[in-house]
Structures are given as C-alpha cells and as structure tokens.
Design a protein around this ligand. Structure first.
Ligand SMILES: O=P(O)(O)OC[C@H]1O[C@H](O[C@H]2O[C@H](CO)[C@@H](O)[C@H](O)[C@H]2O)[C@H](O)[C@@H](O)[C@@H]1O
Length: 396
C-alpha cells in the first residue's frame, strides 16, 4: 500500500497542550496509564505521552531470560509427539480445567450470539498465530486461501480490522484485502476510514491521505519520530547478532523484532544480552515479549488496546451500547486489547492458545483453524439473522 505522507508526528506530546484541543477520542485516559478509563463523549485529544524513562522496565532490570522463556511455551503438537502419554493426559487435563474459566468460543457460540443480538459486531483480528499458523520463518507465514475467504466474508458483515505487530505494509501483503482496516507495528501504524462526521482526523498525529486504491484514509502514526532511531537500532542488532545461529532481526518500521525461534535454547541468554546491552544506550526504547521474539519499540503509551479504541472512535462506534467489539489474538501483546475491552465492559477478547495461559480474554479458541470456523459461524449467524428480519419485514 503506497501511502503518501508528508507529516512529521509530534510524539513527545504535551498532555496539557493536547487537552486544549478537540478530537473525538477518549480524553480521560490518564498519562502513563495502561488501563483504559470510562469513556467520556466530550472528546479531547488523546495524549500519547512517553512512558517514564530513566526507570528500567520491570523485566528489563532482571528476569528477562525467564520472560523470554515464559512468553514462548512449547507448541502442543511438538510436546504430544515427544512426551509420554501420561504427561500428555496431564496437559490435556490442565487445558480442560483452564477452559472452565475461558470456554471455547465455538462451544459458547449460542451464548455469544444471544448476547450479540441487536448489536453491531466489530471484529479485531491479530495476524500471526491467529489468522496464520506459527511457522519457523516469519517471511513465509502465509494465511490460507480458505482463511482469506473467511475473513473477506466476515468483513462484508462486520467492520473488520487487522491489528498486528508487523509493519502495516507487510501485514497488508499477507492479507491482501482492501476492505479491511489495518493497524501495523502494534497499533503505531494505523490506516483507518475517513468519516466526515468524526473529528479523528483533527488529531495532530493523524493525516488524511489516499491508499493504493485511491480511497481516502486516515493515517495515524504516533511514533513517526522514532523511525530513524528504529533504523539505527535495526542495523546495530543485525550486526551484533550476526554470529548467533538462527537469529532473525525484522524491521517492522516503528519497532524491531528479534526472533529466537530458530536459536538453540542455550544461546537465548546471548540473544537477550545483546538486545538489552544495546538498549542501555536507547532510553526511549523498550522491549516487549512475544512468541519466541523480543520486540523493541518506542517508549510511548500506545499499544494494541489504544489502537482498538482509536479505530472504534474512527468508525464512530466508541460510545454505543449496541456495539460489540470482538478481539481475537494469541500473543502477549494482544492482552492490551483484551484488557481494554474487559475494563470498558465493552466487548470481549478471545485468546487463541493450545496451552493454558493467564489472560484478560473471556473465551478461547485452540488454533487458526478454530478461528476460521468461528468467523464462518459468525457470518452464517449474521446472514440468517438478516434474512429473518427481511422475512419479518415482508410479512408486516
Ligand atoms: O501481532 P502479530 O500479528 O501476532 O505479530 C507478532 C509477531 O508475529 C511474527 O512473529 C511470530 O510469527 C512468526 C511466523 O509464524 C514466528 O516465526 C515467530 O516466532 C512469532 O513470534 C512477526 O514475524 C513479528 O514481526 C510480529 O511482531
């Protein structure tokens, strides 16, 4: 997608200054807070403050190796192949127990649609591990044709957005559906719809431009000032990790991913030492943890949860009780979005996982094939609900 941009984004925003301006975004999200506050329709600029610097991230100061391990649980399929039957039964029992708290969204489908009745569903979908299976080489994490068809049909029924850690362009290349909204780089690269009635476009970090198809869109890049720094760190990371077999460094425009999936576990510490060692010189960058990946990103209070709020607002769906946002994701970074929905008591998250995990989601699905089934079920439900309404209208 070739987006023409000539705007430089003031990331180091002053919340006091911002609070004087207007935007239809939640105004009362406290600076430095990751928790969403109740919505106020008054609508002021959403401050995007830097998180406090000078203080190391909790896991950055110690325990990053544990965090690298715990964010990367072994794949169930592998463990089933290699562990004894009794261990496997134990794993299944633990999963079943976990599912009491996080029931399958497929088994709970009737309950979900009963709740969704008369509400407008909005879909937020993570990409890797949700729409495409996790594979060793991130460059070939393609989604299946069947999944693309399911997402396309879902997008015909419900506003649908992809929220990914990958750069906007890369995730768009994989998904290739122009009817969706995209938030790349963990929400730091959003292409959203233009709605004349909304004031989202007045935000200083938001520009109006055209996409590849010539469609008018809002481009929101709250971390654009970090691009030179991210490029510098990307180059340094390539250099300092070049002798660690299996490391892959990926430039995601507003963040950098350092993959250790193909690195011998004995060398994970070496990977961490290099990354955290380098970041000592970059106090405006921090690290988050994904599935066998460390992600270096700017120290701004922006994440997938904020991206969900931004998109809901762009769509004019933020303050409606009859809107039901559903977010499906598999990663730690998706927890920010699950948390926002849970705390606002507005919609719910569905965690994709084959292993029990602590989560802010309400429901679970095992893998992308179940995600596909869930999307297809939603489309069937929507179509039958619409035809029932049509029948009723024809009768009266
Ligand atoms: O937010 P997402 O769309 O889930 O993106 C998160 C990261 O996904 C990718 O890495 C993950 O998937 C790879 C392909 O299956 C896998 O090899 C890797 O181990 C996973 O961490 C992507 O490459 C990253 O840039 C994203 O940040």
């Amino acid at each position: 997608m070739d987006l023409k941009s000539n705007h430089s984004s003031p990331v180091f925003t002053d919340p006091v200054h911002l609070s004087k301006s207007r935007l239809g975004l939640p105004s009362n999200i406290a600076p430095y807070s990751t928790a969403a506050q109740p919505y106020s329709s008054s609508g002021l600029y959403l401050p995007i403050p830097r998180r406090k610097v000078g203080k190391l991230d909790d896991v950055r100061a110690s325990g990053w190796l544990d965090a690298m391990k715990s964010s990367s649980p072994p794949r169930k399929k592998l463990s089933k192949d290699y562990i004894s039957e009794s261990q496997s039964d134990e794993t299944d029992a633990a999963y079943l127990t976990w599912m009491i708290s996080y029931p399958s969204a497929l088994n709970s489908f009737h309950l979900i649609t009963t709740y969704a009745k008369c509400k407008s569903v909005v879909l937020f979908l993570d990409y890797d591990g949700t729409l495409s299976p996790i594979v060793d080489n991130p460059d070939v994490a393609f989604m299946s044709t069947a999944m693309r068809a399911a997402v396309k049909k879902a997008a015909k029924c419900f506003p649908t957005a992809i929220i990914s850690g990958r750069s906007h362009d890369k995730v768009y290349e994989f998904v290739r559906l122009s009817e969706l909204y995209y938030a790349g780089s963990h929400g730091m690269d959003i292409v959203g719809p233009v709605r004349e009635s909304e004031s989202v476009g007045d935000h200083p970090d938001c520009i109006r431009t055209t996409d590849e198809q010539g469609k008018e869109v809002h481009l929101f890049q709250p971390a654009s000032e970090f691009v030179p720094m991210i490029n510098e760190v990307y180059k340094s990371l390539l250099d300092i990790t070049k002798n660690i077999i299996g490391v892959k460094v990926e430039n995601n425009k507003f963040c950098v991913s350092i993959h250790y999936r193909n690195v011998d576990e004995k060398m994970w510490e070496e990977v961490g030492k290099n990354v955290f060692g380098l970041l000592k010189d970059f106090s405006h960058l921090r690290v988050t943890y994904g599935r066998k990946v460390l992600e270096v990103r700017p120290v701004i209070d922006w994440n997938k949860g904020k991206a969900v709020e931004f998109l809901l607002e762009s769509l004019g769906l933020s303050h409606h009780d009859d809107v039901l946002p559903i977010y499906i994701g598999d990663d730690r970074t998706d927890e920010d979005a699950f948390k926002v929905l849970r705390e606002r008591n507005h919609g719910f998250g569905i965690l994709v996982s084959t292993v029990p995990k602590e989560t802010n989601a309400f429901y679970s699905l095992r893998d992308p094939s179940e995600v596909q089934e869930f999307l297809k079920s939603l489309v069937r439900w929507k179509s039958s609900a619409s035809s029932q309404t049509e029948d009723y209208t024809a009768t009266v």
